[in-house]
Design a protein around this ligand. Structure first.
Ligand SMILES: C[S@@+](CC[C@H](N)C(=O)[O-])C[C@H]1O[C@@H](n2cnc3c(N)ncnc32)[C@H](O)[C@@H]1O
Length: 272
């Protein structure tokens, strides 16, 4: 594993420093509390990654905003070489631990950096993807991050993102209530996407959309530690066990209704 822990573009902007400190705290908690494979939703996202990218030991993958690195791990375990970039040092520490504990250490390179100024030359990756990252930007930066992901990907290479869906009512209501109660959203600035905006951003970045879809048909409140949320989680868990991969497929469905109303949206494209 190679590590580059020096910013090519120093994070001198206030919002970047704030974002770093929010995510450092989140990842310190994750590192202490439990395995990164168990927080939030992982299974459906991992299935999508597996299905969308056919990789070998010749494939070079970039995950900008890698967080724990648990999704890149899915591809590294299939032989791919992965570059994990994040603005949070603690995220990289978590990823380092995860890759070390799964004997995939030599497959990963860790880079401290900013997704808006990726420190890589044009067209060097076969696959560029992330989950839960590009919704943390507003204004022009929403396009800049997708453009950067496209720039560093080879022509014919694949790009995918997974983001919260602006049309998912349970998410919108939960976020409003949470902000009212806590005075803030603990994951920083977060503006979900509509299916239309997501496709347009890909199009403007020169990425041809191959597939879009919804992920998580039935919203499961992972963050909440209250009684009804625990009940929903414990009811869902045996269903998941019995249905196995069928449950995952159901939850990453492609019906029009599901695509537009699911908790998360995904978009997969090819760099033109
Ligand atoms: C929701 S987390 C990603 C979780 C990841 N998919 C996983 O499964 O662990 C979002 C990540 O984006 C990173 N991030 C936010 N702004 C960034 C920026 N400007 N450049 C690079 N990474 C950034 C955060 O530090 C955080 O680790």
């Amino acid at each position: 594993m190679k590590e580059s822990r020096e910013f090519k573009h120093p994070p001198n902007e206030n919002n970047l420093n704030e974002c770093k400190s929010i995510w450092d705290q989140i990842w310190i908690r994750e590192l202490k509390d439990k395995s990164p494979l168990f927080y939030g939703f992982y299974d459906e996202a991992a299935l999508l990654i597996e299905e969308n990218f056919d990789v070998s030991d010749k494939t070079l993958v970039l995950e900008p905003g890698c967080g724990s690195g648990r999704l890149s791990l899915v591809l590294a375990q299939k032989g791919a070489n992965v570059v994990l970039l994040d603005v949070s040092e603690q995220a990289l520490n978590l990823a380092k631990e995860l890759f070390s504990s799964t004997n995939t250490y030599e497959k990963a390179n860790l880079v401290l950096g900013d997704i808006r100024y990726l420190p890589f030359r044009d067209g060097c990756f076969d696959v560029t993807f992330n989950e839960g990252v590009i919704e943390h930007f507003i204004g022009d930066e929403r396009q800049i991050v997708v453009n950067e992901m496209a720039r560093v990907t080879k022509r014919g290479g694949k790009i995918s993102v997974l983001v919260p869906n602006a049309w998912n009512f349970p998410y919108a209501i939960y976020k409003k209530l949470y902000e009212k109660r806590h005075g803030t959203w603990s994951w920083g600035l977060e503006v979900p996407y509509t299916p239309k905006e997501l496709k347009q951003r890909f199009f403007k970045a020169g990425i041809k959309v191959l597939r879009t879809g919804g992920c998580r048909l039935i919203p499961i409140p992972y963050h909440l530690q209250c009684f009804p949320a625990r009940l929903v989680r414990s009811l869902a868990s045996p269903v998941k066990k019995v249905l196995g991969r069928k449950w995952l497929r159901m939850n990453t469905g492609y019906t029009v209704l599901h695509r537009n109303l699911a908790q998360y949206l995904f978009c997969v494209g090819v760099r033109g």
